[in-house]
Design a protein around this ligand. Structure first.
Ligand SMILES: C[S@@+](CC[C@H](N)C(=O)[O-])C[C@H]1O[C@@H](n2cnc3c(N)ncnc32)[C@H](O)[C@@H]1O
Length: 299
C-alpha cells in the first residue's frame, strides 16, 4: 500500500476556478447512468488522494466524479474510457462537434410521447456504430425519455428499453454541453476495456475504478451496460489489476457493492463501508439503501 501524505482531510481545499471558465460551475453529468455516482459523490471526494499526476477513469459512464474534479479545477491531465460505444461516441461528439450537437438537440423532432419515442428508438437502431453525431443526439434523447433512463441492448445489439412516461423530461442545456466540451478539451478519451487504459498509468497517477457492481442479490442487474456484461471473473481481473497498480506506486480508489466477495478481493487494502440510496433493481420499482464499499490503497 502507498503511504499517505495527508492525514488532515481539511487540506482538500478546492482550487479557485479561473474566471474565464465559468462553465465549470454548472457542470453535472450530461446523462443519467445506472450506477451513477451522484449519491455518494461527497464520500468519493473525501476518500480521494490529495494529489496526483494523471487522472484515469476507466469505467466512465456518466462521469460523475470526473465532473466534480473538473469543477474543482483539479483536472490537469486525464485518460477517460469506457467499453460502451455510446458513452464513447457521446463524449467524442461533444469534444469534436459541440455546436452541431447543441443544434441537433435544439432542433430534435422527437417529442415526449410514446409514438415519438419508438420512432427515435428505431432511428437510433438503424445507425451504425461508428463515430456518429446523430447517434449521439438520439442517445441523449433516449436517455432522457427511456424507462428509468436505462440503457439496454438485446442480443442483436439493438436498444430495447421501453418508453419512460416522464412528466417533464428535458434535454441538456447548451451551457452544459459547453461545460463538458471544456472538460474534454485536453482529455485522452478511449473506447476500451479498463485494463487497456490502466496499462498506461505510472507511479504518482490516480485511477478511479467504478465497475458494474457485484450483484448483491439474484434480481440485481448491474451488468447490462454492454454486450457480455461484467462477470465475476472480470471482478477478479479488476482486483488483480488494482494489485498491479499498487505495486507500481499508482494510487487507486474503487467503489463496489459490499459483499463477502468484494471484501475478500480487496482485503489487503483499506476498505471503507458506506451507505447509499440507489436504484439497484432493473425493474426499477423501488429504491433501497444499499451498502457499498470504497477501497483505497493509500491512507
Ligand atoms: C457503474 S458504471 C460507471 C458509472 C459512472 N461512474 C458514473 O458516475 O456514471 C460502470 C461502467 O463500466 C462500463 N464497463 C463495463 N464493463 C467494462 C469493461 N470491461 N471495461 C471498461 N468499461 C466497462 C459500463 O459501460 C459502465 O459505463
Amino acid at each position: 500500500m502507498i503511504a499517505g501524505d495527508h492525514k488532515d482531510k481539511t487540506l482538500r481545499i478546492y482550487a479557485e476556478p479561473s474566471k474565464d471558465e465559468s462553465f465549470r460551475y454548472i457542470i453535472e453529468p450530461i446523462i443519467k447512468w445506472a450506477g451513477g455516482k451522484r449519491q455518494i459523490i461527497n464520500k468519493l471526494l473525501y476518500y480521494m488522494p490529495s494529489k496526483w499526476n494523471t487522472y484515469f477513469e476507466p469505467f466512465l459512464g456518466g462521469g460523475a466524479l470526473v465532473s466534480e474534479i473538473f469543477r474543482m479545477n483539479r483536472l490537469k491531465s486525464a485518460v477517460l474510457s469506457d467499453k460502451n460505444f455510446d458513452i464513447y461516441n457521446l463524449f467524442s461528439e461533444i469534444r469534436n462537434n459541440p455546436e452541431e450537437l447543441i443544434k441537433g438537440l435544439n432542433n430534435i423532432e422527437y417529442r415526449n410521447s410514446k409514438e415519438s419515442y419508438y420512432e427515435a428508438r428505431s432511428e437510433f437502431n438503424s445507425i451504425r456504430r461508428t463515430h456518429n453525431l446523430r447517434r449521439a443526439i438520439i442517445f441523449i434523447y433516449l436517455n432522457r425519455h427511456a424507462f428509468n433512463g436505462l440503457y439496454r441492448l438485446n442480443s442483436r445489439g439493438e436498444f430495447n428499453v421501453p418508453f419512460g412516461r416522464y412528466t417533464n423530461p428535458h434535454l441538456p442545456s447548451s451551457n452544459l454541453v459547453n461545460a463538458w466540451f471544456s472538460l474534454l478539451k485536453n482529455v485522452d478519451l478511449r473506447l476500451c476495456d479498463f485494463q487497456s487504459a490502466t496499462k498506461d498509468a505510472n507511479a504518482g497517477d490516480f485511477v478511479y475504478f467504478d465497475p458494474p457492481y457485484t450483484p448483491i442479490s439474484k434480481s440485481s442487474n448491474f451488468t447490462a451496460y454492454i454486450d457480455g456484461g461484467f462477470s465475476y471473473m472480470d471482478q477478479v481481473r479488476l482486483a488483480e489489476e488494482a494489485g498491479r497498480l499498487d505495486s507500481l506506486g499508482i494510487q487507486f480508489m474503487l467503489s463496489n457493492s459490499d459483499t463477502e466477495e468484494t471484501r475478500k478481493l480487496y482485503s489487503s487494502f483499506n476498505v471503507h463501508g458506506i451507505k447509499a440510496s440507489r436504484l439497484i433493481n432493473s425493474k426499477g420499482e423501488r429504491r433501497q439503501g444499499a451498502s457499498e464499499i470504497i477501497v483505497t490503497n493509500y491512507a
